[in-house]
Design a protein around this ligand. Structure first.
Ligand code: A2H
Length: 258
């Protein structure tokens, strides 16, 4: 990994319904708009989001954002304290250089909450657990895109196989993945094709998953063609920055560095 700062696209996913386990969180939010903030490098995959991942063992917080600076209305971002600190320095929170936290949240409380992923074929998706999320990267909130991400595909499969173990309701896991791009070698379900070809069985096969991720990323970027959305028929390499900039200009995402 590089030593310079990494710029991510921070995708905003609005809470549409707090889950049963989030009663305390809903109290903290006091009816204000809350967006989960998910860091990604793959803007084009927002068309195929099927779930949202958090870590049940990570601490998150609710932070007043800069999007309503100067007005009484407060919009809250849900992310880790570490990423909130970075956001404050980048002028993305209500106060520059200072982190105001409306309340802390356990990842486990968020499971079963519903959010709206803009661009996706799914209008609402559930928050589910991912055990490999690290709290020292991005916001520790990750959009689930099982068609093109081997990690997301395998985690979705694990959740489906062992809902009791993960302490979730089976119906929270989206039944259908959403293909959004096609490549000559792997078709429109790159992650599934790679996971099968490499005989990856669980999210614990970290070495093989890292390899699959690398191949999927390169293949999608250099060989992929969009099969859905505004840029259908165009090369992924060409439209990726356009999709990101569209999301920025619609205030559905923002640039976040660390
Ligand atoms: B990516 P990089 Cl379709 N812990 O988004 C674990 N993983 C995290 C994370 C964290 N705290 N924060 C972000 N990520 C994931 C889409 C995607 C991603 C696709 C394919 C590959 C892929 C949908 N999930 O990532 O090491 C996020 O998942 C492959 C690495 O800084 C984010 O992009 O590149 C990516 O890792 C950023 O990790």
């Amino acid at each position: 990994e590089g030593v310079g700062p990494q710029e991510y696209m921070a995708m905003k996913l609005e809470v549409t319904q707090w889950g049963e386990r989030a009663k305390r969180v809903a109290d903290v939010a006091q009816g204000k708009k809350v967006f989960f903030v998910a860091a990604t490098l793959r803007s084009e995959t927002m068309y195929g989001v099927t779930n949202l991942f958090v870590s049940p063992t990570v601490k998150y917080g609710l932070y007043p954002s800069s999007s309503t600076k100067g007005s009484d209305e407060e919009v809250l971002y849900l992310c880790t304290p570490r990423s909130a600190r970075n956001m404050a320095y980048q002028g993305l929170l209500k106060h520059d250089d200072k982190v105001e936290c409306a309340g802390e949240v356990d990842g486990s409380e968020l499971l079963g909450t519903k959010v709206h992923p803009a661009l996706s074929a799914h209008n609402e998706v559930y928050v589910v657990p991912m055990d490999t999320i690290k709290d020292n990267k991005g916001t520790a909130v990750v959009v689930c895109m099982p068609a093109d991400s081997p990690d997301d595909f395998i985690m979705t499969q694990d959740l489906r196989k062992k809902p009791e173990y993960y302490n979730i309701e089976p119906e929270w896991v989206a039944a259908e993945l959403v293909p959004i791009l096609t490549t000559p070698t792997y078709g429109d379900r790159t992650a599934e094709a790679l996971v099968k070809a490499m005989k990856i069985n669980s999210s614990k096969d970290t070495k093989q998953l890292a390899e699959a991720k690398e191949i999927a990323y390169k293949e999608g970027f250099y060989q992929g063609t969009m099969i859905v959305g505004k840029y259908k028929g165009e090369k992924v390499e060409a439209v990726k920055p356009k999709i990101r900039d569209d999301l920025y200009s619609q205030n559905l995402a923002f640039a976040y560095s660390e």
